[in-house]
Design a protein around this ligand. Structure first.
Ligand code: ARG
Length: 424
């Protein structure tokens, strides 16, 4: 009676690396490989991917459609939080990893596997995100990361695939490394590694070049409740549909391209190109709405939380209690973010042109320079006196005592003499 082989659940994309990984894990670890393909929103048909895994040697292969969970538990909370890493990257990949990790762990439990595997390299962010998430959820699981261990070049992997009769599709032969889900698409490698080189047009799939975008602007309206987008042009729409629609509409108008020179967790600076049309539009709209419903202090503080939240997500700390703390603040902070934002999409630009809210703090009678002004102008003089008092006092005592050219830089401009003086 033979002893049963140990099982490992592999996060499988159908690409070259994870296909080679199926064979490699069997050879190196003598385990049965269960291939798990997770659908976070891709244009790719995943049915052939499942078949390919079994053909390549997996003992079992399955897809989980996790789009809805992705949108409800990851994307929309990140939108509410204003999560743009380094104020730029909407975090599509970074948000997907903790969900994939959770599904790997759940599947390992269901299938009686003692290990999970992923196809991350040893110099990226994704290995950090996967490993931390997996071991936070289940420290007993063994983690196998073939690409980190095997040290094969891309050509060697291709050769390995050829010898083991693993089919290599055409897209694998392109020079770029691509990751995509419903919240965005990332493109790395090849010529893009030169930060001086303008990205070639053929890397883009979701967005038109602004030059080829329609000559007429497209106007859209997005309605929010609790900071979550619920309507598009007045129609109630579920999250997946809303994001898909916006990816299409904004992408057609050339909106959504991002060129980011970003700081990786592992200390490397890398140049990343993203296409995230829906994310860009939704973050813009959401920010515009926050401006009209939030007080100045709340807004300033939220801004700081956004920075910490983005770093937390990027750095792979999704399942931390720090995240729970930030999430609790965001939930409370978003309770008045209700209203509608109007945007104009035109030749690569996404411009907010209108916003309204039943809880708006904008008071026309206070703001107007026209008739109907209710602002107390008389009160301004007294306010300025008291508000400016400390600065005035300090100037009399300390600013006067400073000599320029000392350690402290002078903030006082030099005297500028008049020219062309004329007297009557
Ligand atoms: N730089 C982005 C991030 O760290 C995108 C990474 C894309 N990952 C990939 N394996 N191609 O989130």
């Amino acid at each position: 009676m033979g002893t049963e082989k140990k099982k490992v659940v592999l996060a499988y994309s159908g690409g070259l690396d994870t296909s080679v990984a199926i064979k490699w894990i069997q050879e190196k670890y003598n385990m049965d490989v269960i291939a798990l393909t997770i659908d976070l929103g891709t244009e790719k048909d995943l049915k052939p991917v499942v078949k390919k895994a079994v053909k390549t040697g997996a003992c079992k292969s399955m897809i989980i459609d996790a789009k809805e969970v992705f949108v409800d538990y990851f994307i929309f909370p990140a939108l509410q939080a204003g999560a743009l890493y380094e104020r730029t990257y909407p975090l599509a990949t970074a948000l997907g990893r903790p969900l994939i990790a959770k599904l790997l762990v759940d599947t390992a439990k269901a299938e009686g596997a003692c290990a999970v595997a992923h196809g991350c390299t040893g110099k990226g962010n994704d290995q950090v995100r996967f490993d931390i998430a997996i071991h936070t959820l289940d420290p007993s699981l063994q983690i196998i990361a073939p690409l980190r261990e095997w040290n094969m070049t891309r050509n060697e992997s291709m050769e390995y695939a050829r010898i083991n009769e693993i089919p290599v599709d055409v897209s694998t032969r392109n020079p770029y490394s691509i990751d995509e889900n419903i919240w965005g698409r990332s493109i790395e490698c090849g010529i893009l590694e030169d930060p001086w080189a303008e990205p070639p047009e053929d890397i883009y799939k979701w967005t038109k070049n602004a030059n080829d975008a329609p000559g007429e602007p497209t106007y859209i309206e997005i309605g929010f409740e609790n900071g979550i987008p619920l309507t598009l042009n007045g129609q109630e729409t579920d999250g997946i549909n809303l994001i898909n629609e916006l990816n299409k509409i904004a992408g057609d108008n050339g909106v959504g391209r991002i060129d980011h020179l970003e700081n990786r967790i592992v200390g490397i600076k890398s140049r990343e190109i993203y296409e995230s049309p829906a994310a860009i539009v939704l973050h813009k709209a959401h920010q515009a709405l926050e401006e009209i419903v939030m007080t100045k202090d709340t807004h300033r503080f939220k801004d700081m939380v956004s920075t910490h939240y983005s770093d937390m997500v990027y750095n792979g700390l999704w399942y931390s209690t720090f995240h729970q703390d930030l999430a609790a603040y965001i939930l409370s902070n978003q309770r008045f973010v209700v209203g509608t934002v109007r945007l104009k999409l035109f030749k690569g630009n996404c411009i907010v042109v209108g916003r309204k809210s039943p809880l708006s703090l904008y008071d026309h009678s206070l703001a107007t320079y026209d008739t109907g002004d209710t602002f107390e102008h008389d009160a301004a003089t007294g306010f300025i006196k008291i508000y400016g008092l400390p600065t005035k006092t300090q100037a009399q005592i300390q600013l006067k005592a400073l000599k320029t050219g000392e350690v402290i830089p002078s903030i006082m401009p030099p005297k500028v003499e008049p020219t062309d003086v004329m007297e009557k």
